[in-house]
Write a protein that binds this ligand. Sequence first.
Ligand code: GAR
Length: 197
Amino acid sequence: MLKVVVLVSGGGTNLQAIIDAINSKKITNTEIVGVISNNKDAFALERAKKAGISDFVISPKDFQDRADFNDALIEKIDELKADLIVLAGFLVVIPPKMIEKYRNRIINVHPSLIPSFCGTGFYGLKVHEAALERGVKITGATVHFVDEGTDTGPIILQKAVEVHKDDTAKILQQRVMKEAEWVILPEAINLIANGKI
Ligand code: GAR
């Protein structure tokens, strides 16, 4: 059984997609052993509670310095005995110490086709604003392993999504989530859980 810890900051729709895929057996051999948010108001925490999953808030605001926050985050993940850490809209920089310790065991979902619209400053709605500004006709989502760079780790899965003429960033974000993120994130976890990656 793959023990997964999901890190979140916001709405948690990707977390929900993972929970639903486990319940419907699209993901097998997998258990979510904890959800950690840096934001106490994240709706993702409600989703975890509703699914009966232990939830934790670990916020940089509650620590004197970043090193203490980093240590607390790693300590909690160690305590949960995570085999895989899933960044599902987690908008905090991952401590290098954690990347080293959990190499090839941290994955992230990013709302574009990497290497487009990724790296520092590209997160959430900003990614879709940039895609519309550039006028791309195809965008999508990527699931990748996390390394020391921002969105630079090995790519696991990608899925393309069409941009429509009258899209706003919010409309495009929803389409990318529904058609790509909520599909490829569960799929990547299932592949890992079943030794296919
Ligand atoms: C998702 O679109 C995810 O790809 C993005 O944040 C959103 C979180 O939504 N992540 C990034 O931009 C990371 N660079 P959710 O909380 O509803 O899953």
